[in-house]
Design a protein around this ligand. Structure first.
Ligand SMILES: [Zn+2]
Length: 437
């Protein structure tokens, strides 16, 4: 008797992203509840399982949902507001606007718009840094989006005592540490925005709970200079001195690294969230991704926020990540398609310590997956699906997105977000923001 399950996805090519990079032509996936029950050939799974719904994806590609390893989701409300300036004046322009407009209500709106954009583009997990963490989490739970985030510690904004701050962070982690969708992390904006004592407190909490610590690090030359002046060390060496480089550390950017720092990151098993669009757009520089990978550092991919990108499109990031490295290294063999796909799936999962749960399509893991149509003009013909996904596919080629066994988008229609309604709301907010510019 075939086993009863909820959903069976059959046909198409499955890029499992498992440890041997297995691809299954004319494959199938069995799903029950929020989990993958089995991955195999169509013939085998059709014989073993009886599903409430069977979905035929012949001619399409199934792969794990993409992991956006660094973003500020709510910043969709500031999309395209500060172009063509470097990071520091950019921050000086954005911060006053945030103080005025990043209210709980607007953060909820911006975050929901971001989730809509990410789901449309096949992103199923994001590592987010922003204010009003509770609002962001509530929005993620409402939509059904997988999110890693924390209480953003930015010294100037927290006048509370260290003890109160500690209790608040600990309580937050305890509330969400077993949550199905939310991964609690510790986070600070950067080493130059908080003092040593606060950094040590964050380290202590991170170690105590074994949670991922996220921060921006080695992003720009100005940051390097400031941190050097303040501490006598580069951002990476300062984090090392504080004991904040570990397998639970996820550093956004890592653009300005010397050979010793790259070796140190490898030794500490620290992950980098590479954000090529943001680094290029802000003129921050080009991260040494090929060198990081060659030294064994886990590199994930992120979009950064919408005010420095200006979208949340992981396909553009994958494409850029590969092409820019080939160019600056004068070497077309670096960052081949399969490696870039790994970075955007398992690389991100590892960076968030979620690789036992997401990042690949394997029995027992969460059913976070996407279906990509390769029948468009720009993806025809197909010789190699992985090549197409990195070098020619677009976010708009994603046809369906599932998170934890629940469809978030099918036939390119969002199922959990009122897209048109949210677009109207954000247009109205933009009119108010324009008055301040
Ligand atoms: Zn950022």
């Amino acid at each position: 008797m075939p086993e009863q399950i909820d959903q069976l996805i059959v046909g198409g090519e499955i890029l499992t992203q498992n440890s041997i990079g297995e691809r299954i032509i004319d494959g199938a996936l069995a799903i029950s509840g929020e989990k993958i029950v089995a991955v195999g050939s169509r013939e085998d799974l059709l014989a073993r399982y009886q599903a409430k719904e069977t979905i035929d994806v012949s001619g399409k590609v199934v792969l794990p949902g993409l992991v956006n390893a660094h973003t500020h989701a709510a910043m969709t409300i500031f999309r395209g507001i500060a172009d063509d300036i470097p990071l520091e004046p950019w921050l000086r322009k954005i911060w006053p606007l945030e103080l005025k407009f990043a209210t709980e209500e607007n953060v909820a709106l911006g975050t929901e718009i971001a989730f809509a954009e990410m789901i449309r583009g096949g992103t199923t997990t994001a590592a987010d840094m922003y204010w009003h963490y509770q609002t962001i989490i509530d929005t993620a739970k409402k939509v059904g989006f997988r999110l890693a985030t924390g209480i953003g510690v930015l010294e100037a904004l927290y006048e509370e005592s260290k003890e109160i701050l500690k209790n608040r962070i600990c309580e937050y982690i305890e509330t969400y540490q077993h949550d199905e969708l939310i991964t609690p992390c510790t986070l600070i904006h950067s080493t130059y925005t908080v003092g040593r004592e606060t950094l040590l407190l964050v380290r202590q909490i991170s170690q105590e709970y074994g949670v991922v610590f996220m921060t921006h690090a080695a992003e720009s030359r100005a940051e390097l200079k400031d941190v050097l002046e303040q501490t006598g060390k580069t951002p990476i060496n300062y984090l090392e001195e504080l004991g904040m480089l570990s397998s639970n550390s996820l550093l956004a950017h890592g653009v300005h690294l010397d050979d010793n720092e790259i070796r140190l990151l490898a030794e500490r098993k620290t992950s980098i969230a590479h954000c090529p669009s943001s680094n290029l757009k802000l003129g921050s520089g080009i991260a040494r991704v090929a060198d990081l990978l060659a030294n064994g550092v886990n590199v994930a991919i992120g979009t950064d926020g919408c005010a420095s990108n200006n979208n949340l499109d992981m396909w553009e990031e994958m494409h850029l990540a590969s092409l820019v490295q080939k160019g600056v290294n004068f070497d077309p063999t670096v960052l081949p398609a399969e490696q870039v796909l790994y970075m955007a799936t398992m690389g991100g999962a590892k960076a968030l310590n979620l690789d036992d749960k997401i990042g690949s399509l394997e029995a027992g893991k969460q059913a976070d997956l996407i279906i990509v149509d390769l029948n468009s003009l720009h993806t025809t013909p197909v010789f190699d699906a992985a090549s197409h996904l990195v070098f020619t596919s677009k976010a708009s080629d994603v046809e369906a997105t599932m998170i934890a066994g629940r469809w978030q988008m099918r036939d390119k229609k969002l199922l959990t977000i009122d897209e048109e309604g949210k677009k109207d709301e954000i247009r109205q907010l933009a009119e108010m923001i324009k008055q301040e510019l």
